[in-house]
Design a protein around this ligand. Structure first.
Ligand code: NDP
Length: 274
C-alpha cells in the first residue's frame, strides 16, 4: 500500500487522515494516510526513516520550517513561503518540498466563496508562517493592494519588503488602520485563545467587507463573531482552506485533484457534532 503521513507535534487532533481517506475513496486510489508524531528534537531523523518506504507527507506545526530545510528541492511557492507543508519522494529518492497552504486559501476564497480578489483592498493580519505562505498567491490575484499588520510590527515590515517585487504590499501598525477595506484575512493565531487582533471596527464597511479567519472551530471564531457584529458581508472560517490545501497535496502525490465539496460538507458535519 502506498504510504502517506502527516507529521506534527502534537498531531492527535489532525483532520488530515480523514480528509485524505475521503479523497482516496472518491478518486478510487489505494493508499494509507496516518498521523506521525515526530519528536520535537528530531524531525529530520523521523522523516528520513519514514521516507525509506513512504511516498509523501504533510507537515504541520511546528515542523514546516524544518521540512523546508530537509527538502532537497523546493517549488517556487515553497521557496517564497520559507516553509513546507507537503513533501513528495521523487523517483531518485530525493524529497521535493511544496507549500499548498496559500493555494488552499485562494481556492477557498475564489472557488468555494466565489470572491474575485482582483482590485480588492486586502488587509492581512499576522506575519507568521500562514501569512507568509498566503502572500504570493494573494498578490497573483492582482488585488488593489495588500496591507500587512502584525503585533510585532517589524515582522510585518520584513514581510512587505520580501514580497514587494510581486505587487503592491505595505506594512502598517494596527493603530494606523482606520479606513475600510474589502477583505480582511486573519492569519494570526489570536483566535486560538479566543482573542482578537487590536483592529478598529471602522475597517469594516457594513454589507461590503468580507472577513476570513484561517482558524476554524465548532462555534464561530472570535474574529468571525467580531466581523458579524460589525456588519461584515461575510465571515468565513478556515475549514475550506484546510480541505483545499489537502486537495493540492493530493494532486501533487496522485496526479488527480479531488472534488472538495462533499469532503468539506462532511468535515463541517463532523465538526458540528464533536
Ligand atoms: P505562527 O505562529 O507562525 O504566527 C502566529 C501569528 O499570530 C504571528 O503573526 C503572531 O504575531 C500573531 N499572534 C499570535 N497571537 C496573537 C494575539 N493574541 N494577537 C495578535 N496577534 C497574535 O502561526 P501560523 O502562521 O502557522 O498560523 C496562524 C493561524 O493560521 C493559526 O490560527 C493556524 O491555525 C491557522 N492556519 C490555518 C490553516 C488552514 O488550513 N485553515 C493552515 C495554516 C495555518 P507576532 O509576530 O507578534 O508573534
Amino acid at each position: 500500500m502506498d504510504r502517506y503521513v502527516v507529521f506534527g507535534n502534537p498531531i492527535g487532533h489532525s483532520k488530515s487522515p480523514l480528509i485524505h481517506s475521503l479523497f482516496a475513496e472518491q478518486t478510487g486510489q489505494q493508499l494509507s494516510y496516518t498521523t506521525l508524531l515526530a519528536p520535537l528534537d528530531d524531525f529530520a531523523g523521523c522523516a528520513q526513516g519514514f521516507f525509506q518506504q513512504g511516498l509523501g507527507a504533510n507537515v504541520t506545526v511546528p515542523f514546516k520550517e524544518a521540512a523546508y530545510q530537509l527538502a532537497g528541492h523546493l517549488t517556487e511557492r515553497a521557496q517564497r513561503a520559507g516553509a513546507v507543508n507537503t513533501l513528495v519522494r521523487q523517483g531518485d529518492g530525493s524529497l521535493l518540498g511544496d507549500n499548498t497552504d496559500g493555494a488552499g486559501l485562494i481556492a477557498d476564497l475564489t472557488l468555494n466563496a466565489g470572491i474575485s480578489l482582483k482590485g480588492l483592498r486586502i488587509l492581512l493580519l499576522g506575519a507568521g508562517g500562514a501569512a507568509r505562505g498566503a502572500l504570493e498567491p494573494l498578490l497573483a490575484e492582482q488585488p488593489s493592494h495588500v496591507i500587512i499588520a502584525n503585533r510585532t510590527a517589524a515582522r510585518a515590515e520584513l514581510l512587505a519588503a520580501r514580497f514587494s517585487d510581486l505587487g503592491p504590499v505595505f506594512a502598517s501598525r494596527f493603530d494606523e488602520l482606520t479606513e475600510p477595506v474589502d477583505l480582511i484575512i486573519n492569519a494570526t493565531s489570536a483566535s486560538l485563545g479566543g482573542e482578537l487582533p487590536p483592529i478598529a471596527p471602522s475597517l469594516i464597511k457594513p454589507g461590503r467587507t468580507i472577513c476570513y479567519d484561517m482558524m476554524y472551530a465548532k462555534e464561530p471564531t472570535a474574529f468571525c463573531r467580531w466581523a458579524m457584529e460589525h456588519g461584515a458581508a461575510k465571515a468565513l472560517d478556515g475549514l475550506g482552506m484546510l480541505a483545499e490545501q489537502a486537495a493540492e497535496a493530493f494532486l501533487l502525490w496522485r496526479g488527480v485533484r479531488p472534488d472538495t465539496a462533499p469532503v468539506l460538507a462532511e468535515l463541517r458535519r463532523l465538526l458540528a457534532v464533536v
